[in-house]
Design a binder for this molecule. Structure first.
Ligand code: URA
Length: 250
């Protein structure tokens, strides 16, 4: 079994689907393969939407102050020392992000969970294992050409969904990370990440398969890995979304 096949199995996607380029010419294509080969057959041109106003017109919310000129070290120090919202009260540590600071790919999650709060790195728990498999399925890994960040940098108590005001206060950190990384594509993992990036209410099931834009950077929306662990029947849709991101990037 190839590595891709085992990764897709790990994602819970069976029978194994292959990108068309990976299939042998002698091998009959499985019936469902046609819907899962956007590398050669990208979806029809997707709508590019830009619901959020350009950042220049949005003054930084009060709270974290102006982080717009900060380099990586100063930015991460500000994140570590941040006390701009109630999430600082019960965190072990703030979790800035991980990965390649010059990455083409930026994945944005919701906020640190218990394990991330302890270890100081995003997506290191069960959801992180699935995210690693998802990355691997499209030929990526968290150390190379990928940066992983969250909409909020401190763990919401009990792993609850971050409140809108917490995401708003924390957003300048993510914006500055995006400015520094200058990714070529952003993948929003779940609703809070999508809402932060798109500046509007988002339903993942409705937003999937559309191309959005955040300050000129294409944004693709998919399910959060923790949701996929609870709803494995939707993993195939996440795989489609990743293929869509891959073909958009390519
Ligand atoms: N879920 C997230 O959204 N982010 C993490 O870092 C971990 C779990």
């Amino acid at each position: 079994m190839s590595r891709r096949d085992s990764v897709l199995r790990e994602m819970g996607i069976t029978p194994v689907w292959r990108l068309r380029s990976a299939a042998s010419p002698d091998e009959p294509a499985p019936a469902r393969q046609a819907t899962l080969c956007p590398v050669e057959e990208p979806r029809p041109p997707a709508v590019v939407r830009s619901p959020s106003p350009p950042a220049e017109s949005a003054p930084p919310p009060e709270g974290v102050g102006d982080v717009s000129g900060l380099g990586w070290e100063a930015l991460e120090r500000r994140i570590r020392e941040c006390s701009a919202c109630r999430l600082c009260e019960r965190r072990t540590q703030a979790v800035a992000g991980v990965g390649d600071r010059d990455a083409d790919w930026l994945f944005v999650g919701e906020g640190p969970g218990a394990e991330e709060d302890l270890r100081g790195e995003p997506f290191v728990g069960q959801a992180g294992k699935l995210l690693d498999s998802m990355l691997s399925a499209i030929g990526l890994d968290r150390q190379h050409d990928v940066y992983i960040a969250n909409a909020v940098k401190c763990r919401p108590p009990g792993n609850r969904t971050p409140e809108a005001d917490e995401m708003t206060v924390c957003q300048p950190y993510l914006e500055r990370q995006i400015e520094l990384i200058r990714p070529r594509i952003i993948v929003a993992l779940g609703r809070p990440a999508a809402q932060t990036l798109l500046g509007s209410e988002v339903k993942i099931s409705a937003a999937r398969g559309q191309l959005f834009s955040h300050r000129g950077v294409p944004v693709v929306v998919t399910y959060h890995p923790a949701y996929l662990l609870r709803n494995p029947q939707d993993k195939a849709k996440a795989w489609e979304d990743l293929c869509f991101a891959r073909s958009t990037f390519g």
